[in-house]
Ligand binder design. Structure first.
Ligand code: ATP
Length: 584
């Protein structure tokens, strides 16, 4: 129960609703317990008539009154049972909502390395399945516990006061029932978990196959994939059958144990009546109803225990994530306006999860408004430089300064807000093109969106679609070409008009002619903005104020286009190669 203490703050938040819910539950059960008493009374009235102590008319009128009272009590109990669910179950839904938001909000502040070391499926599971299991504790478990306590207290008091010995006998099978249900619930939960895992394996498999459907078709491996799917499906079917088998035991078992209790009431109660230990035959009828009313709450003791155990395990998993501290922390409360001067001083960076040394002793500086181009072999550390400027990771050695201040001493939000970043793999959301561009500036006008798209040379493509800027992208929308995606992603960055622009090889899928036009536009929109362009093409680098060439994390060349094209080395080789390709 230690992990579940986390929920206490929510119970406190909703304390008034919860207390109201508890009161309503108690009232509902008290009214429900009038029924057995009144049914016993009705039988006693008939018994009195049969014995001749009550006249037919008196017996009939008393019978009618009792039946009306039963109806009234059942009605009140019914209304309160409805309200009970409306309060306690609603509280559990509120807590589920709060907890989901708490987890999601925490996910947002966690660093990139957290996402690298945890599988997406796991992150999603904790926010959906685990939170769902915790809800079962916050709602149904609490409701049924109060239910059981109230029913037991009231019913047992009445039963003991009416026939103590008979009470002892009929209560005998109930603890056995509770224990058996507990064991069965655990088995059901265990098998449900296995089914769940197999289902998520099946859906991960299908999801991957659908994403890679073009590869499957072009390699004509549909049959192999079908066989694999059938195997997974067959294994899932077996697991479902195993689960259904234990589930099938649940109700017959309950009926058996209720039946035993009923038989005990009839047999022992009947004997006691014959022996004169019980004076009224109505007591037997009353007890039969008590036994039936108590069986479900007793069964729920076992069920609730297993719900609590599951909720505890789920909350433990949730707490693990909630207790994970973000590696990148904002230490400055006040906003820090950024102008855009960037300085790397002897920066060495090792990726913590892989221990790959991505940058070695990197030093360069850029004044406000200057342009830097970074070139180099694949895997040489170019993207890492951009990630470090946005403080997605903290460096182990050396310092990175923006506006002469160590970036760790800047307000993290201000720093990131001052950056317009175009990643290597342009990521677009399943939303309209317009909203994808507006992502960079939420309050942008339509004109601003069009202007940004024009500068990124994608406007003509967009208006060519039937729905223009309202064209929806993604799974249920259209798929943009690689180059179109890159250009929408560029529009998203430039609409933000940030102080620092970072372009990570974002023109690689664009033809050289369009690249030239975009670069000219970028030249204009990025005036006075510090800009870094990562590229494999000389055409993207040649107009930069500074150029650096990386190799295995180290700067091996630096200078300008003019100077570097004359020096033997990577840049000149690339220049010569790309110039001859152009001639071809
Ligand atoms: N998130 C990460 N976790 C661990 N290692 C990483 C991560 N990102 C990159 N690396 C490693 O760091 C090194 C530098 O990668 P980086 O992406 O900076 O290279 P790059 O020059 O941008 O390459 P490319 O031109 O192919 O995009 C590579 O060896 C890469 O495997």
């Amino acid at each position: 129960m230690k992990a579940l203490k986390h929920l206490n703050k929510y119970f406190y938040k909703y304390r008034y609703r919860l207390i109201l819910g508890i009161i309503i539950t108690v009232v509902a059960k008290i009214f429900a317990l009038f029924t057995p008493r009144l049914i016993g009374k009705s039988i006693n009235i008939i018994e009195a008539y049969l014995e001749g102590t009550k006249s037919s008319n008196v017996a009939k009128s008393e019978l009618l009154t009792t039946v009306l009272l039963i109806l009234g009590a059942a009605l009140v109990a019914g209304i309160f049972t409805f309200l009970m669910r409306q309060t306690i179950i609603n509280v559990s839904r509120f807590i589920e909502f709060d907890l989901k938001n708490e987890v999601y909000k925490h996910y947002q502040v966690l660093s990139l390395s957290f996402y690298k070391s945890n599988r997406t499926g796991d992150l999603m599971n904790r926010i959906s399945e685990d939170v769902g299991k915790v809800r079962m504790y916050a709602g149904p478990a609490i409701m049924y516990t109060i239910n059981t306590i109230t029913l037991f207290t009231v019913a047992l008091t009445q039963m003991i006061s009416t026939a103590p010995k008979l009470t002892a006998y009929v209560m005998l099978p109930l603890p056995i029932l509770s224990f058996v249900i507990y064991k069965l619930s655990r088995m059901i939960n265990l098998r449900s978990k296995i089914v769940q895992e197999s289902l998520s394996g099946l859906s991960s498999f299908t999801q991957e196959q659908f994403s890679g459907i073009s590869v499957i078709k072009s390699y004509t491996i549909e049959n192999n994939v079908n066989v694999e799917f059938e195997d997974l499906s067959a294994s899932n079917r077996q697991k479902q059958i195993d689960l259904a088998k234990v589930q099938a035991f649940f109700f017959p078992l309950m009926i058996l144990l209720i039946g035993i209790s009923n038989l005990l009431v009839i047999f022992i109660g009947g004997k006691q009546y014959i022996d004169g230990e019980i004076t009224n035959i109505g007591t037997i009828a009353e007890f039969i109803i008590y036994v039936n009313m108590l069986t479900w709450p007793v069964a729920t003791i076992g069920w609730v225990t297993s719900i609590i155990q599951q909720a505890e395990a789920s909350q433990k998993r949730i707490n693990e994530f909630l207790e994970t501290e973000p590696e990148i922390k904002n230490t400055v409360e006040n906003e820090t306006p950024i102008e855009g001067k960037i300085e790397f001083n002897n920066v060495t960076f090792i990726y913590p999860d892989t221990n790959i040394v991505a940058l070695k002793d990197v030093t360069f500086s850029l004044d406000v408004g200057e342009k830097l181009a970074i070139l180099g072999m694949t895997g040489s550390g170019k993207s890492t430089i951009l990630d470090l400027i946005g403080r997605l990771y903290d460096v182990q050695e050396g310092t990175i300064k923006v506006d002469d201040k160590n970036i760790a001493e800047l307000n993290l939000l201000s720093l990131r807000e001052s950056i317009g970043y175009v990643p290597q793999d342009a990521f677009l959301f399943s939303d309209s093109i317009k909203n994808n561009i507006k992502f960079g500036k939420e309050d942008a006008t339509d004109d601003e969106v069009i202007e940004a798209a024009k500068n990124a040379k994608v406007h003509k493509n967009i208006i060519g679609f039937k729905n223009g800027y309202d064209t929806v992208l993604g799974e249920r929308g259209i798929t943009l070409s690689g180059g179109q995606k890159q250009r929408v992603s560029i529009a998203r960055a430039i609409i933000k008009s940030p102080e620092i622009l970072l372009f990570d090889d974002c023109l690689s899928a664009v033809d050289t002619e369009t690249e030239e036009k975009i670069l000219n536009n970028l030249e204009r929109v990025s005036k006075n903005k510090t800009t870094i362009i990562v590229s494999h093409r000389i055409s993207s680098a040649k107009n930069a104020d500074k150029i650096i060439v990386l190799d295995d994390g180290k700067i091996i060349q630096s200078g300008t286009h003019k100077s570097l094209k004359k020096i033997e080395g990577y840049y000149k080789d690339l220049y010569d190669k790309q110039r001859s390709e152009k001639d071809l």
